[in-house]
Design a protein around this ligand. Structure first.
Ligand code: DAH
Length: 346
């Protein structure tokens, strides 16, 4: 076979293999095989030394042409194979954005926290500050400053966890009243605050008692504050929590830190003007009153100039009434099946 024939055969065979190469790696092997130093093309060129001077340029030109053809065919095939590989990769990695997502379980504020935040929002709207006090408290603030000296019988109403004779777990949020009053500068305006938080009593836990529960204290001190202000404020709270149609009722009561003192009831059902008052069912929801002069005096406030009202409400009790929860312990067991029932998002 002449060298020219060999070159054409070689070219055709190489072209077939180039076009058959299934991927870039195979194509590379084909290239090394046909165009490499030990490849058939080099071999042919080496045989040129036996040619006549007339034949040599002709065969040489043909050999160059074959090399160029093969090089171009390899480049073209390479581009094609790369495109195919990219298409395959894109197909494999495609994301179906229409597939439903995996649902992530979201948390939510605890039902008591929801009640507290709702109340805070309302009081902030009425110009109150939200102030937090310590849960480990001094006897001084928890009792003495609230007009409950050491031998006062009303201390028995609040069974106390003492840490030392002078340090205790606060039994009420009322000590925050004293802490706020002593720090308040009346030249800057009246004192209006609410203070939510945990309180502790040495009670045995049952459906209606918990050794730890929540209170929210309220205190307003200014000149010319009346019991009418107190009633209006509490009515607004009742309406917010239970609905506009509910009414409240104030009954005389006793607390050492207020005089007069009242217990506040809310109507269990909507009250209409045509209703017989006897038919209204009242439930007790909080304690309140006009701040006792002794309490003002002990915090350095002149009771002849300033006065005000205070109240203490129980978010736990509010939540029980609002949602018909019969056992206070449910709030503290943190069973998600219970808690997720109060998902605000509905
Ligand atoms: N501290 C009282 C308690 O724990 C609740 C209370 C009643 C707070 C009347 C007040 C108030 O500020 O005026 O039983």
């Amino acid at each position: 076979m002449s060298l020219q024939d060999e070159l054409t055969t070689l070219r055709d065979e190489a072209l077939t293999q180039i076009n058959d190469a299934a991927d870039v790696k195979a194509l590379n092997q084909v290239r090394v095989h046909w165009l490499g130093k030990k490849g058939p093309l080099t071999e042919v060129l080496r045989g040129m030394k036996n040619l006549t001077p007339e034949e040599r340029p002709v065969v040489g030109a043909l050999a160059n042409e074959v090399r160029d053809v093969l090089t171009a065919a390899i480049a073209e095939r390479q581009t094609r194979l790369e495109a195919i590989a990219l298409d395959a990769q894109l197909a494999a990695e495609a994301i179906d954005v229409t597939l439903p997502g995996r649902t992530v379980q979201q948390g939510q504020p605890h039902v008591l926290q929801q009640i507290i935040e709702n109340l805070e929002d309302q009081f902030i709207g009425m110009g109150y500050q939200v102030i937090e006090g310590p849960e480990v408290e001094e006897d001084q603030y928890n009792f003495e400053r609230m007009n409950l000296p050491k031998d006062h019988p009303a201390r028995d109403m609040q069974d106390t966890f003492y840490i030392t004779p002078e340090i205790l777990m606060r039994t009420q949020t009322s000590p925050v009243q004293a802490r706020t009053m002593e720090a308040h500068d009346f030249s800057k305006g009246p004192l209006k605050m609410v203070s939510p938080g945990r309180v502790y009593r040495r009670d045995t836990d049952d459906a209606t008692h918990s050794h730890q529960f929540h209170q929210m204290e309220g205190l307003v001190i200014d000149k010319h504050i009346t019991m009418g202000d107190l009633k209006g404020t509490l009515l607004a709270v009742a309406h917010n929590l239970f609905g506009e149609a509910h009414d409240i009722r104030l009954r005389p009561s006793y607390f050492p830190f207020t005089e007069p003192s009242v217990e506040v009831d809310i109507s269990w059902h909507a009250v209409t003007p045509d209703m017989n008052p006897e038919d209204i069912e009242w439930i007790e929801v909080l304690g309140a009153g006009m701040v006792h002069p002794n309490v003002l005096r002990k915090s350095g406030i002149d009771p002849d100039v300033y006065g005000g009202f205070a109240f203490g409400l129980g978010p736990d009790r509010f939540a029980m009434l609002k949602y018909g929860v019969e056992d206070i312990r449910n709030f503290y067991l943190n069973d998600v099946r219970f808690l997720t029932q109060f998902d605000q998002k509905g």
